[in-house]
Design a protein around this ligand. Sequence first.
Ligand code: TLP
Length: 340
Amino acid sequence: MIDLRSDTITRPTPAMRQAMADAEVGDDVLGDDPTVKQLERQTARLLGKEAAVFMPSGTMTNQAAIRAHTEPGDEILCDANAHCYYYEAGGPAGLSGVMCRLLPGRRGIFSAGDLRAALRPRNLHFPPTKLVCVENTHNRGGGAIWPLEQIAEVAEAAREANLALHLDGARLWNAAIASGLSERTYAKYFDTVSVCFSKGLGAPVGSVLAGTKALIDRARRFRKMFGGAMRQAGILAAGALYALENHRLRLAQDHANARRLAEGIAELPGIALRPAEVETNMVLIRLTDRPADRLAVELEQAGLRMLAVGPDTLRAVTHLDVSAEQIEEAIGILHDTLTA
Ligand code: TLP
């Protein structure tokens, strides 16, 4: 089975498992786990931030960040397809009691003009707007990378309005490798940045939220409140550290595989797809003549897994556990299924 449902499906390599088995651990809730501390320090440094906190998931780092930036009754702004709004189980409403105002991004990328158009004056009729969330790369935007200039413009508009900025950088590693800009270059526009180790980097568990010491201290309290403070979590942090050191540069291979997949299937009947839009490790495949969930079942029967992410859209994600040869096989399976 070739599994392209997500880059979250990777399993730890033998070397990563060894690093996890060898990790020095302690009770992290009591501040005693040296490996968790090392991961937090190293990630903060990499992102150019003062402090960082390790959490079990990207959902938790996003939601703890939203909670840290807001109070119930506030409003946050994000793209209509942002993961923190679209895929996090109602977290902003359930955990922070905030309203989400949705911006009409293109492939998840909105402009300073979109942001300014959504701002209202401070007035007792309106919820106080506190936070702007940006996602880079953008998941439902098909792995699209934010142009740095556009981030700078959005950040300027947010600052003018006295709003904080959070970056969902679950796949910031992919943006950095593909653009040649460092993670820190992107991160400098944001008050908080969330990064994941369990997606492209291939660790089994874990995300980090980085930012100022004051914000991270506050997020640490919400991590505890949300049930995400873990004890001997150094075992997990060791997997993340291994991933950071060994799996970042290889993301270029995932990007090449995604582009090859897109090019190999773009001309097949029933598919609408522009390979030039494949910037990182995701391919959104729009179907013109059948429902996505039905094709997903047919493909699975032929040995290829992809995710239906809309009525007419399948998503393929390349990752550590899929080779260039398997991409050629995947192209063959799609060809046979669509031309049968
Ligand atoms: N994305 C998952 C699913 O939840 C859709 C996937 O398969 O792509 N931010 C972004 C941009 C993400 O893509 C994800 C996971 C998260 C946050 C949440 O991370 P986890 O799954 O660790 O809670």
